[in-house]
Design a protein around this ligand. Sequence first.
Ligand SMILES: [Zn+2]
Length: 305
Amino acid sequence: MSRAEFEELFPDERACVEYLAEKRWPHGFVCPDPKCQGRKAWEIREENGLWECARCGRQTSVKAGTVLHRSKLPLRTWFLAVHIVTSHSNGISALQLQGQLGLGSYKTAWLMLRKLRRAMVDPDREPLAGVVEVDETTIPLRTQDDPVAGGQGRSHFGKVAIVGAVEIEDRRYPGRIRLQRIPAYDADTLGGFVEEQIRPKSVVVTDGLPAYRAIAGEYEHVPKVVGKMAAHVVLPWVHRVFSNMKRWAIGVFHGLRGQHLQAHLDEFVFRWNRRRWRRASFDTLLGLSMRLPHAGLRDFVPGPG
Ligand SMILES: [Zn+2]
């Protein structure tokens, strides 16, 4: 959806209310009270987006359960924020969002972005399956002192460990991914990640760290002993994900800070996993989460490098 298409689809508050109502009741109003299930409702026009069941009097807001519930901001500001966030293929900082929405407060933009990022983790998501590459990497962190503002180009970087997984189809296409910050490279941490994110009986390809031995019972474990061979040769897809993620972190945020690292990783995963589902992303971020059609792995275009 282009900006012009957005303007045409959502010219005002009314259009946003109607969009939410249509998503909530695609076949017309149904009272949420299971004992009533009335099909007729009055819209309470003074209260934006509120409907009252004509049978039992129960009131329902079209905003309930969405990311904009209880927000004082206009619906259209949220819609525009979601549009901006989903249409920027590389993501956006709170400062950029503030500018694009014309918001007076940086904090408001920051809070909106945080809510939208939280909506990026789909609780219904299916575990990875099939052939899955798993590996670890480290990522340098930005400290509180902004190296750019410091003027000297000096900065104090710390490093944190991350584990990643990517589905491979036909040995040629990277599919869905997962990224998680980890405290250590031990069996509990790495084995726990595999168990949580990958369907049992899948083929799990790793660098052969002893920490992965524990998964052998549940999975078909293929340890590729890295030895002298570079890890990006033995596990090319997960390393492509890592390098894309690191470039993204530098490009959008000039490096990531530790405090919100997992939220940023979740955002990257969300964007990667939904490259071909921009429209679905729009609804998901609004909180209108419906089960997405299971994307074929061929729908994902490998990034460069
Ligand atoms: Zn009712």
